[in-house]
Design a protein around this ligand. Structure first.
Ligand code: GLA
Length: 719
């Protein structure tokens, strides 16, 4: 049993393999947090109030319970706790005072579904605690869910709010996870960025006040990834306490970290309040998205491995992911200039070079000659594909490779048949000028008619087509989030309804094309999140394919997400990578994740094509280590000029050394601590043999004055 209720102390204890989480019901009413940390040696006392002047209290309990300083499991609004609130409900009287008391609990194995939302899959060890809270005035019932994934040391949290009255109420803020920690002796690690430079690592000490990362863009965003971690100041890859957090959601969000007057830290993950409100009629229930957290006292690397395993085993679609297709994608080679003849040239070369799949990117549909046109017109261009899509795809298949196609379902171009027919299907604010981005508008995915149109048109166009893979793109953020189908008082719901519509369409794609996988993309990694990962086999990591930039983007992505999610192409815009050093460097970087190519291979020299073929053959030898193995980072490219890491299945090792920028010549030792000291290993690229003790002591890498210096070593256990 992972979850226990200890009646004598009114104490709930949640355990994973290595962690423990505890809270207590104080005065039979207030769920007060006591502990989250290592299971071994876990000790915590019962709640004692911390009295500060000016703090409101209940006369009945006087100063024996002080909400403003207590560590709370979930905090109401305007309820004597002045820190960032978990829940704010406007009631029929017009005030937002939100007071919920403990009522009951239930513990069960497995988990509940979150209708309409992505959530982590349970396994036979998963258990859930449902804690019911209740506001006796408004009759709002608030259920907190704690779902435990013991093997991965992960606990998830979400909330369900039911209006048990006959009166309307409006939820103005609803966070999925609140966690109060007793100190603020932590650094915060988060991933900021922008288009073309997603997920840049940042580590800063916490300070008094609120520090927050968020998206108000309707997508989890290039600017702030929902993942963040708090770690002790001395934490490194192997040592130190680390708490990691993430959100299984792809729209606007807020991660809040607040250091309060007495130096405690409140952590929250949820929808935030800027892009969200929800009307709840009598009898209705609102369910928040799920947030996840992990703890380890074995450093940042272990936090990453906890999340990697969790994502692989509980989030990603259950396709076998020892393997990802090595694709040849047409975007950087062709942009919009594609037609059947050119694509068949690509298919020939894709087959010749040993790739698994041709992915035909943007430009195949409607009048799509540029990014000014045709989004929404999801039927093939008759000029480009005179024999139809099906006949073309059949010809690709005759070459013995698979076929993938690009779509951007959520968008509409002003110059499109769809816009002519339905000018109000895009998000817009009544009577206001409509703002475009990349010459496009965003469809109102909260409108069921829009979603139905997309299902119908994709069904028709792809009828009979043997499509193995969709690249699902989303190339702008939302602005003027108004919906023509919602009344004025419900306009605050648009961002959330948008995501529910998107998720519904994702689920429809998965059902309609059960054998196809989805690569998610939002102008690169603008929705690199657990919500998208629930439906997408992998995510296009960034539009930035410049190798030395990719080193940093991939390093930071790996803090929270496994390599199996990272779609990485050897690409060089319209160049064909004729420089062998560049081709090797790009490949050694791209093989940190799911390898693919985005080069004009039909125009490339035979030497390039042969090199690519060899690279793919070699990648096949390593790919199960990369996609399924445990990841150990040795050098942080934000703190040094290098990234170095290895993947291991406990037996073999794939070690990479990647230099970011030109350097002086130095020897850099890369220790493989996980090697078996008494074993022998064969390094397969050189045929040399090494003892485990040598690997533990470290492999020598050499920096250089080259702008593309990298090396890999593949150690196979011999005995
Ligand atoms: C986005 C994607 C690219 C490509 C283009 C097509 O920018 O990130 O990979 O698909 O759209 O328009």
């Amino acid at each position: 049993m992972s979850i226990k209720f200890i009646e004598e102390r009114n104490l709930f204890v949640i355990q994973t393999n290595n962690t423990e989480y505890a809270f207590q019901i104080v005065h039979g009413r207030f769920p007060v947090h006591l502990y989250y940390g290592a299971k071994e040696g876990a000790e915590y006392e019962d709640y004692k109030s911390w009295v500060v002047s000016f703090a409101p209290y209940y006369r009945e309990h006087h100063l024996s319970y002080v909400p403003d300083t207590a560590m709370l499991e979930y905090s109401g609004y305007d309820s004597g706790d002045y820190r960032a609130s978990s829940l704010k409900i406007r009631n029929k009287n017009g005030d937002c005072a939100t007071f919920v008391d403990y009522r009951s609990y239930r513990i069960f194995s497995g988990r509940l579904e979150l209708p309409g939302l992505p959530y982590a899959d349970a396994d036979d060890k998963t258990e859930t605690l449902e804690l019911t809270l209740w506001d006796k005035l408004t009759k709002a019932e608030v259920k907190l869910y704690y779902t435990v994934f013991p093997e991965e040391d992960v606990i998830s949290r979400y909330v369900a709010i039911t209006n048990c009255s006959e009166d309307k109420m409006v939820i103005e803020k609803c966070m999925s996870l609140t966690l109060d920690l007793p100190t603020h002796d932590y650094d915060m690690i988060s991933l900021h960025g922008r288009h073309y430079m997603e997920r840049m690592y940042q580590r800063v000490p916490l300070h008094h006040g609120l520090q927050s990362i968020f998206s108000r863009r309707g997508a989890s965003s290039h600017q702030h990834n929902p993942f963040f971690a708090l770690c002790s100041h001395d934490a490194n890859e192997e040592e130190g306490n680390v708490y990691g957090f993430n959100f299984v959601y792809s729209g606007s969000f807020a991660d809040e970290v607040e250091v309060c007057q007495i130096g405690r830290t409140r952590i929250q993950v949820g929808l935030g309040e800027e892009n969200f409100s929800w009307h709840l009629e009598g009898g209705e229930t609102f369910i928040s998205p799920e947030a996840v957290m992990t703890f380890t006292d074995h450093g940042i690397g272990q936090m990453s491995r906890n999340f990697h395993k969790f994502v692989r085993d509980h989030i990603l679609p259950p396709e076998p992911f020892e393997k990802r297709p090595v694709v040849l994608n047409t975007w950087e080679a062709c942009y919009f200039k594609i037609d059947e003849k050119e694509m068949l040239r690509f298919a020939d070369t894709a087959a010749e070079c040993g790739t698994d799949m041709l992915v035909m990117d943007d430009g195949w549909f409607g009048q799509r000659e540029s990014d000014w046109l045709a989004l929404g017109d999801w039927y093939e261009s008759k000029e480009k594909f005179p024999n139809g899509l099906k006949a073309f795809i059949d010809k690709v298949k005759e070459r013995g490779i698979k076929f993938g196609i690009w779509v951007e379902p959520e968008m509409i171009s002003k110059a499109s048949d769809l816009h002519d027919a339905h000018p109000d299907w895009c998000l817009h604010c009544k009577d206001r000028e409509r703002m475009e981005s990349r010459q496009q508008l965003v469809l109102d995915m909260g409108n069921p008619e829009v979603v139905q149109y997309l299902k119908d048109i994709f069904s028709k166009t792809f009828d009979g087509c043997a499509i193995d893979y969709f690249k699902w793109d989303m190339n702008r953020n939302i602005s003027q989030a108004g919906s023509a189908i919602l009344p004025p008082e419900r306009q605050g719901e648009v961002y959330y309804r948008y995501m529910l519509g998107v998720y519904e369409l994702y689920r429809w794609f998965k059902e309609k094309f059960p054998n196809a996988m989805i690569e998610n993309c939002a102008g690169g990694g603008g929705r690199y999140d657990l919500g998208m990962m629930k439906y997408s086999t992998m995510i296009w990591t960034s539009d930035n394919t410049v190798p030395h930039h990719r080193i940093k983007i991939q390093y930071s992505s790996m803090l929270a997400y496994p390599a199996a999610t990272m779609s990485c192409h050897v690409a060089n815009h319209q160049n064909s990578c004729e420089d062998p050093r560049q081709l090797k460097y790009g490949w050694e970087i791209a093989m940190g994740g799911a390898l693919g190519y985005e080069l004009h291979l039909p125009n490339a020299s035979n030497t390039v094509r042969e090199t690519v073929k060899r690279q793919i053959e070699d990648y096949r030898k390593y790919e199960s280590l990369i996609l399924r193995g445990d990841y150990y980072s040795l050098l942080n490219p934000f703190e040094t000029n290098y990234s170095a890491y290895y993947y291991t299945d406990g037996k073999d090792f794939l070690l990479s050394f990647l230099q970011c920028d030109v350097d002086t010549e130095n020897e850099i030792i890369l220790p493989i601590a996980k090697a078996d000291p008494s074993a022998q290993y064969l390094e397969t690229t050189t045929g040399k043999t090494y003892s485990g003790a040598e690997l533990i002591a470290g492999i020598s890498a050499f920096s250089s004055n080259s702008n593309c210096n990298s090396q890999i070593w593949h150690f196979v256990l011999l005995n």
